[in-house]
Design a protein around this ligand. Structure first.
Ligand code: NDP
Length: 428
């Protein structure tokens, strides 16, 4: 199994890319601390932002981002060591989900004339790093703890020095993984768990011998889901390209179908029917795999490829929700009546406690990270280009802080915060 740990370092020339780093034009006057660990003296941080939607050219490096401080009792501030990219980052860079995500960030904008901008936006949905500060009600983690989390799309992302989340979203990182490895997991794990458990009705204790089909098994969600379901005792069939067969078999897939083969539909139709389908591909695949579920037995089709946010972007909130809702409703009714199959949409959902369970499985060696490519922080645009090319085999990771510096940084972080606390205590 260890051979499936794919760590292909994309050694591109860092020196060249640093020349192209543009500075954002924020008119903030920031005082930067010389130390790379955080303190209340540091008001600005470095990161990659977008201040308009578009192609890769909108990604801009700046050192003038206000540090996202702890502002509520349940907040946890994390120094980011590694982040990873998801297809959502490419879509969000282009404006996908802008309407709904903006509403989630600024709920009052729906009733007020204040149409404040969502920019600058920081992308990046996964983080592995070290806690540097906590709100007064945080009990589960403390400064100095190594943690991981999936950053909800409506929050500022992890392609920056620091990110602040709520305690519920954060979990202790698996001890057996480096930060770069750990950053490949949280967003796909939270998505897979939400889809398989909430929509697919599976769980650790009820999956034994369930037959599950995963389409798009070679990508981020697929490579995680195969391993999770095998750890739960399910029988897993995967569709992927021929050159990914070795990878998915190495992760535990029982049966593999090359979807590019001319007879792929026939191969799938000859198999014993499935209890659950997790569809990471959508489109034409949907109709094919719906017919592969066991009829009249409570079987569930769960797709991660939904039109909800696109509909809202193109039609506005109310019409978009109604249109997507009516499409979901009619497909659900049609599949229930014709074959007794439940048709459902799966979504990412933030869930730190679920990541605690995943952490245990990873430390037990039951789930391995599948990191296809790593990029240094200076090469975030190159990482986006890699992802945009498609054909993912696991995940693309960005090393925000090089791990050689880790020990020193953890110590600095804790010492500085301890000093801050003492100072505050003395003042009061
Ligand atoms: N609803 C939600 O909340 C979420 C939705 N998603 C969506 O789920 C999907 C999967 O995400 P993720 O795993 O991160 O994506 P990735 O890009 O990591 O992986 C997609 C994989 O699918 C393979 N693939 C492409 N076409 C087919 C096909 N017809 N049949 C089988 N395999 C195929 C690709 O390889 P190759 O082309 O070489 O075959 C690639 O390995 C994406 O569309 C993503 O946007 C993800 C997370 C949350």
């Amino acid at each position: 199994m260890a051979s499936t740990r794919l760590l292909c370092l994309f050694n591109k020339n860092v020196a060249d890319s640093t020349k192209t780093l543009a500075r954002a034009s924020w008119s903030l006057s920031c005082r930067r601390n010389v130390s790379s660990s955080p303190s209340r003296l540091q008001s600005c941080m470095s990161g990659w932002i977008i201040d308009q939607y578009g192609t890769n050219g909108v990604l801009t490096y700046t050192e003038d981002i206000p540090v996202p401080t702890v502002s509520s009792p349940s907040d946890v501030m994390i120094k980011v060591y590694a982040a990873s990219l998801n297809p959502l980052d490419i879509s969000m860079r282009g404006g996908y989900g802008a309407t709904l995500l903006k509403l989630k960030r600024q709920p009052m904008s729906v009733i007020s004339s204040d149409n404040g901008s969502e920019f600058p936006l920081i992308l990046g949905r996964d983080v592995s790093g070290v806690v540097v500060d906590c709100g007064s009600e945080v009990t589960h983690v403390a400064p100095g703890d190594e943690v991981w989390a999936a950053v909800p799309p409506w929050k500022q992302g992890s392609l920056a020095e620091f990110v602040t989340l709520t305690e519920y979203e954060v979990s202790h990182k698996p001890k057996s993984l480096t930060h770069a490895e750990a950053a490949s997991i949280p967003y796909v794990a939270n998505t897979a768990l939400s889809a398989l458990v909430n929509a697919g009705g599976l769980c650790r204790d009820s999956s034994s011998n369930k037959r599950v089909l995963i389409t798009g098994g070679s990508g981020g969600v697929g490579t995680f889901s195969i391993q999770l379901l095998k750890a739960w005792g399910a029988h897993v069939t995967v569709t992927c390209s021929q050159n990914a067969e070795g990878l998915v078999r190495g992760l535990g897939a029982d049966e593999v179908v090359d979807y590019t083969a001319a007879d792929a539909p026939e191969q799938l139709e000859m198999m014993e029917k499935f209890d659950v389908v997790l569809d990471n591909v959508g489109g034409e695949t949907e109709q094919l795999v719906l017919g592969l579920l066991k009829p009249w037995s409570g079987a569930k089709y769960v797709t991660l490829v939904t039109p909800l946010l696109l509909n809202i972007d193109s039609m506005g909130l109310l019409d978009g929700v109604c249109h997507a809702g009516s499409s979901l409703h009619s497909k659900a009714i049609q599949n229930l009546i014709s074959g007794g199959v439940f048709y459902r949409w799966g979504f990412y959902a933030p869930d730190g406690p679920a990541l605690d369970d995943v952490s245990r499985l990873m430390d037990a060696g039951k789930i391995l990270p599948v990191v296809e490519a790593q990029f240094p922080f200076t090469q975030v645009p190159q990482a986006f280009l890699k992802l945009e090319q498609g054909h993912a085999r696991g995940k693309t990771v960005v090393r925000v802080t090089e791990e050689d510096d880790r020990e020193e940084l953890v110590q600095n972080s804790c010492t500085e915060f301890e000093q801050e606390r003492r100072k505050l205590a003395e003042q009061h």
